[in-house]
Design a protein. Structure first.
Length: 281
């Protein structure tokens, strides 16, 4: 076996100095994208940051300042040309892009809180457009800027693999997102562009607070997960840093679960945990 010095230096591999990244999805300092952006910046990357609209702008501006972001622009993926304008600014300032963190999703509350069976066509279309097609569009715009390769990272959830109570329409949407990751990985692989998803465990964010019974989901996850706890936003951010770096250079088309291991547990195991909980009362 080679000595460590003859092999590699992990700190060097996780160094993003000189890299340029785009982070889409910071709404406030509780967003999953925020600790990821901090890790990117602390590793040396220069970042372009976006905000959805004027309502979220006051929350994002001070965060972008902390990141010393030279590019801060509105980006509502439903608004015509806003995403294109972000990539035009990146092209003009940097002429290249090394990685993207895609952390956006949206669905009308009426469709989110209702049954999938009753979901409106308009609500389903909006959820798919914001959560899924926006990643496809970003991949299209990023490909010419990633001449030396790059990394696309998106955020998913276990509800895309199995039924999670009250996740409703977002379950099929996240399933579509994960399938999109695989197809984009196939198409962009020859250009050395990696595409991966992080399936994050439940974390209390602004988006999560809109889910019915979310507090109960946090409690149930902590009881069933092998680590017997929930994950932190920072742990999700560190996984994003890993994907942005060269360290996992041979990994693409992957869905990495950062969920304290809850995805490995069966419904039977969950039921046993519930029985134990009832018996201990």
């Amino acid at each position: 076996m080679p000595e460590f010095d003859a092999c590699c230096d992990p700190a060097e591999l996780l160094d993003l100095s000189g890299r340029k990244g785009l982070v889409v999805g910071i709404a406030n300092d509780r967003s999953l994208a925020w600790p990821a952006a901090l890790h990117f910046r602390q590793a040396g990357a220069e970042l372009a940051i976006t905000y959805v609209d004027e309502r979220t702008k006051p929350h994002v501006v001070p965060l972008a300042a902390r990141l010393e972001a030279p590019i801060l622009l509105p980006c509502d993926v439903n608004a015509p040309h806003e995403l294109d304008a972000v990539f035009d600014a990146i092209t003009d300032r940097w002429g290249k892009l090394d990685f993207i963190l895609h952390a956006v999703g949206s669905v009308p509350p009426g469709d989110l809180h209702g049954r999938l069976t009753d979901c409106s066509a308009a609500g389903f279309s909006q959820a798919m457009h914001v959560s899924v097609h926006s990643l496809i569009r970003m991949a299209h715009l990023a490909e010419p800027l990633m001449k030396s390769g790059g990394s696309l990272i998106t955020l998913s959830y276990l509800g895309g693999e199995r039924v999670v109570e009250n996740y409703n329409v977002m379950g099929p949407v996240k399933a579509a997102l994960e399938a999109t990751v695989r197809y984009l990985a196939h198409e962009l692989g020859p250009s050395n562009i990696r595409v991966n998803a992080i399936s994050a465990g439940p974390v209390m964010t602004r988006a999560a607070s809109g889910l019915t019974g979310f507090a109960g989901l946090l409690d149930a996850t902590a009881r069933v997960a092998p680590l017997r706890r929930n994950v932190t936003a920072d742990e999700v951010g560190r996984a994003a840093l890993l994907f942005a770096s060269d360290y996992p250079g041979g990994i693409t088309g992957e869905v990495l679960h950062v969920d304290a291991g809850v995805h490995v547990e069966s419904p039977v195991a969950a039921a046993k945990m519930n029985v134990k909980s009832e018996n201990s009362r």
